[in-house]
Design a protein around this ligand. Sequence first.
Ligand SMILES: Nc1ncnc2c1ncn2[C@@H]1O[C@H](COP(=O)(O)OP(=O)(O)OP(=O)(O)O)[C@@H](O)[C@H]1O
Ligand SMILES: [Mg+2]
Length: 226
Amino acid sequence: MRMESPDSEKPVFTLNKVKFKDILYIKKLTIKEKKTTAIVGRSGSGKTTLLKLLNKLISPYGGTIYYRDIPLEAIDAVTLRREVVMMPQTPVIFEGNIRENLLIGLKFSEKKLPPDNKLMDMLHVVGLDKKLDEPAHRLSGGEKQRLALARVMLMEPRVWLLDEPSSALDKDTEDLVMQKVVDFGRRNESSIVFVTHSSPMAWKYAEEMIEIENGEIVSIKQNQHA
Ligand SMILES: Nc1ncnc2c1ncn2[C@@H]1O[C@H](COP(=O)(O)OP(=O)(O)OP(=O)(O)O)[C@@H](O)[C@H]1O
Ligand SMILES: [Mg+2]
């Protein structure tokens, strides 16, 4: 008899014998829907490669990745990225002001553009005390990172893939921003997958922690306290 898992335990991604070059091999992995999952591991272990596979920026050499019940090869990348949005490890900042940079993700995916007060609210969530008309290129590295994070959240994706979203922040700011971001995601019932170098961050905010070493999963830990 097959056991039905409760609704909250449904996978958002299922990976089966997924291989990418000689960099990554994942025999089996499920990422849960509406949960916060951390991916931890040393530099070069394959964390970014895994996120890119989930967002179809790269395709596996073997095996299958399912988004919910659908194999990724059956979903076109643009459709997938309307629901699954990735924040790259190095924030991409475009010419123009903060407002334009916030709206660009929504424009690309042809979604409705929100009014300024909603943009300001989002800057507040990431703790960025700046005017919408300020040029974005003047921002510091950590501020650019937070701008990129606000851009992803404005898109209200079903799944967030965040590649070291707080790596350029000092400890206190990191903690503040991560708390607000995870709260926001949970309120919106989003599934959050974030990469981090920091085990304390993973322990604090993730319900599940996946550890990668040399392109393979070495542990999956559940966290009751997140
Ligand atoms: N397209 C590619 N072709 C060949 N090698 C690659 C490719 N992409 C990444 N690599 C290599 O695969 C390994 C894993 O890279 P990846 O970017 O996934 O690591 P990471 O865990 O995200 O590291 P970091 O914490 O430094 O960001 C690295 O050694 C990298 O040089
Ligand atoms: Mg990386």
